[in-house]
Design a protein around this ligand. Structure first.
Ligand code: TRP
Length: 334
């Protein structure tokens, strides 16, 4: 890299609408650590093709995700925010790495098993080799750290295994990446079933708060959030609904669980739920103003997309050239 900073890679799929789970669990942490690393944040649109997409809507969603990254506070000049499909190296390296990955390994991926059960009518080869493309994403930029949620840990493990296997044959080609588990580790649960993770693909629209939800909807959903009936605002495993709301309020305000319990001592759930709703709506209001501005300025966003695709291509090409040479592919004559 150009400076001494370590490299960080992460990304999200351009599928579904982002929720506050993605925001508090991932995006807001990306922003906090961005300055410490040389960062690459992809809009992982190639991964999204493993599930059938409606083309026009998909294109819009991918652009919307890019705008959300920026609106949430990722400076697109300091952070390389780009579309995965704009850098052909991802698909090229994925092919090469496919030849260094065993079917047995891929068969053990729990996400593949889950997804093939969910999309039984479309268990395509892309779904099977999804982790190899993910490995290519990460290894292409020689990433040192990868912030991921628990559900992606297995994919990071296989990435490390592939990198080590490749390095053992060809020498030190790839940096072996580490997982970066966020300091706060906020895992936001569904408002309808607080034992389940909040998901951007939940069929129950009341279960999730979407980043683009309007204020009234945010408040209404929080008012309806499933809780227990003892009416005490206390963080407790046996009270997953209230504990989740406390986590959300803590993320939104920076207050600790104890501070929150003190603030709402003697007050009921109704009042607490509204306070949580307002604190989240305040954040989303600001984010949405930025988001609208960014999307309205077509030439600004196009400029970012173009420049960052070039920057990402530049870095990825270095790795790809090395890999091709190592495996013995013939160099192109220019
Ligand atoms: N599979 C990740 C998810 O669904 C998205 C992703 C694709 C990713 N490639 C990545 C995350 C590389 C981190 C690094 O959340």
């Amino acid at each position: 890299m150009l400076n001494d900073k370590k490299v960080l890679f992460s990304g999200m799929q351009a599928t579904g609408n982002l929720t506050i789970g993605n925001y508090f669990g991932a995006l807001s942490n990306w922003i906090k650590i961005a300055d410490e690393y040389e960062t690459f944040y992809g809009v992982m649109d190639l991964h999204s093709l493993t599930v059938r997409q409606e083309p026009a809507q998909f294109r819009k969603r991918a652009r919307s995700l890019m705008a959300l990254y920026i609106a949430a506070g990722l400076d697109p000049v300091k952070n390389c925010i780009y579309f995965q499909s704009h850098v052909s190296g991802h698909a090229e390296l994925a092919w090469i790495l496919n030849c260094f990955t065993y079917i047995g390994e891929l068969n053990r991926m729990t996400q593949f098993k889950d997804k093939s059960a969910k999309h039984a009518d479309n268990v395509n080869a892309g779904l099977f080799t999804y982790p190899v493309l993910m490995a290519a994403d990460i290894l292409l930029y020689q990433a040192d750290v990868v912030p991921v949620g628990k559900d992606q840990m297995q994919h990071l493990e296989i990435t490390r295994d592939i990198a080590i296997r490749f390095n053992n044959i060809y020498g030190d080609v790839f940096t072996v990446p580490e997982a970066y588990l966020g300091k706060s580790g906020a895992k936001i649960m569904s408002l309808a079933d607080p034992t389940k993770k909040m998901s951007k693909s939940d069929e129950n629209l009341n279960a999730s708060i979407y980043l683009l939800d309007k204020r009234d909807d945010v408040i209404r959903k929080f008012k309806r959030a499933v809780t227990d009936s003892d009416n005490e605002i206390r963080y407790d495993e046996s009270k997953p609904g209230i504990s989740n709301l406390m986590d959300i309020y803590s993320c939104a305000t920076g207050k600790s669980h104890d501070e929150i319990s003190a603030e709402f001592a003697g007050k009921g759930y109704g009042e607490f739920k509204i306070a949580v709703g307002e604190s989240v709506a305040d954040i989303l209001d600001k984010l949405q103003v930025e988001y609208d501005k960014i999307l309205a300025d077509k030439s600004y966003l196009d400029g970012i997309i173009k420049e960052n695709a070039q920057k990402a291509s530049y870095f990825s090409e270095k790795t790809l050239r090395k890999v091709k040479k190592k495996v013995g592919l013939t160099e192109r004559i220019k």
